[in-house]
Design a protein around this ligand. Structure first.
Ligand code: PLP
Length: 427
């Protein structure tokens, strides 16, 4: 356990300098550089339950939670044990294993309508492959996505992305050719777009969680289901955040709308690299070696990742979601009261255990309304005030707030207490 004094070379700022010399921006994922909130990122030494500890020995109550994967909290003993046991038996084989089968069975058991799963190593890979399956299955090229939804960083899906893309003020990325996005149509979230028979798939975050948290409007997902059916397009739920976090069976169960294709990531890897594409046996039959849609991966179905994923899912009973929701409700209620008392305009949307935080009068309904609030400068003040009091929210206004099953009333109430002080400063 590190408890390095602040004057040692292992300070956050010394490490950030070192990192910037050898890693672009000092980070391996842009949001971690604190670009939109200012200040120096904390370098994590270790983490446990609801806490992360930096190299200077500071402790933070963590609402980043790796942006979703660590739903049990950090270093949960069941996950740590499973990974250690798996590692002792070898870290990768390039041959099938029992745990891959078990994880696929677990996912299929929970998600009604999903029959087969292909495991990959990230959410990005899952959505990228899902699109290829949709195009292969329909013989069509066009993809419809929604502004402010984030589906990873593949060329065709990065346009008008939320999360870090929005934080950088980018509508898209340099290095993506016009050809790569020629078949991507961007529509506003929460409006059912007009489709025609050139559309292979409509891809959507069933709860948008990469432009803060934006709830699907009444009838939106049902409308997408109907519009897809009318033209024979596939409906694709990107459940990389909602999957196994929103509820036991995911967004399809929550909203009663069944997509044709599911994408998963984050929670199913328990903090190890993991993603998955799921669908009916018929749709998944398009994938090699059964069909002509190619996809492969040296580390796909990696034994450490499948062990971690199974360990996490084993802990997640239907009741876990009630408990996680209780944690989120306590936080939501306490933060709302703190802002209200101080006269700071804030809204804290919640869908089950999923939470967002906006410093505006109305919860946004799409990317345009989310951007207006996320770029108003208030989040930076909140973030800095909370971090200096030992509470780590995500270093960007476009991210959701991630609670975990390890957060107890003690952490939630300490967070609310800190928020009272920060809200006073903000007012
Ligand atoms: C995080 C995320 C992805 C990308 O997953 P990675 O594992 O970061 O590649 C895709 N879709 C959604 C909704 C996400 O939140």
């Amino acid at each position: 356990m590190s408890n390095t004094p602040a004057n040692s070379p292992h300070t956050n700022s010394a490490l950030f300098d070192r990192a910037r010399a050898v890693i672009p921006g000092g980070v391996n994922s842009p949001v971690r550089a604190f670009g939109s909130v200012g200040g120096t990122p904390y370098f994590v030494a270790h983490a446990s339950g609801p806490y992360v500890y930096d190299v200077e020995g500071s402790r933070y109550i963590d609402y980043v939670q790796s942006y979703g994967p660590t739903i049990l909290g950090h270093a949960h003993p069941a996950v740590t044990q499973a990974v250690q046991t798996a590692a002792a038996s070898g870290t990768s084989y390039g041959a099938p294993t029992l745990d891959e089968v078990r994880l696929a069975e677990e996912i299929a058991r929970r998600v009604t309508g999903l029959e087969m799963v292909r495991l990959v190593s990230s959410g990005t890979e899952a959505t990228m492959t899902a699109i290829r399956i949709a195009r292969g299955a329909t013989g069509r090229d066009r993809i419809v996505k929604f502004a402010g939804n984030y589906h990873g960083h593949s060329d065709a899906l990065l346009v008008a992305g939320g999360s870090g893309v929005a934080q950088q003020g980018l509508l898209a990325s340099l290095g993506v050719t016009a050809g790569a996005v020629a078949d991507t149509v961007v529509a506003p979230y929460n409006v059912v777009p007009d489709l025609d028979e050139t559309v292979a798939a409509v891809v959507v975050e069933p709860v948008a969680a990469n432009m803060g948290l934006v709830e699907p409007a009444e009838g939106f997902l049902e409308g997408l289901r109907q519009a897809c059916d009318e033209v024979g397009a596939l409906l694709m739920f990107d459940e990389v955040i909602t999957g196994f976090r929103l509820c036991f069976g995911g967004a399809a169960q929550w909203f009663g709308v069944t997509p044709d294709v599911w994408c998963f990531g984050k929670v199913i890897g328990g903090g190890l690299p993991m993603g998955a594409i799921g669908a009916t046996a018929e749709i998944m039959g398009n994938l090699a070696p059964l069909g002509g849609v190619y996809q492969a991966g040296t580390l796909s179905g990696n034994p450490l990742a499948t062990a971690a994923g199974l360990a996490v899912l084993e802990q997640l009973t239907p009741d876990s979601y009630n408990r996680l929701t209780d944690v989120s409700v306590r936080l939501q209620t306490g933060l709302a009261a703190a802002f209200d008392e101080a006269g700071v305009e804030a809204c804290i949307p919640r869908v089950g255990p999923l939470l967002g935080l906006f410093f505006g009068s109305e919860p946004p309904t799409d990317f345009d309304s989310a951007k207006k609030i996320c770029d108003n400068g208030m989040y930076q003040k909140f973030f800095a005030g909370m971090l200096s009091r030992g509470v780590a929210f995500a270093p960007g206004a476009y991210e959701a707030v991630f609670t975990s099953l390890a957060h107890t009333d003690v952490e939630i109430d300490a967070t609310i207490e800190a928020c009272r002080e920060v809200a006073e400063e903000m007012a």
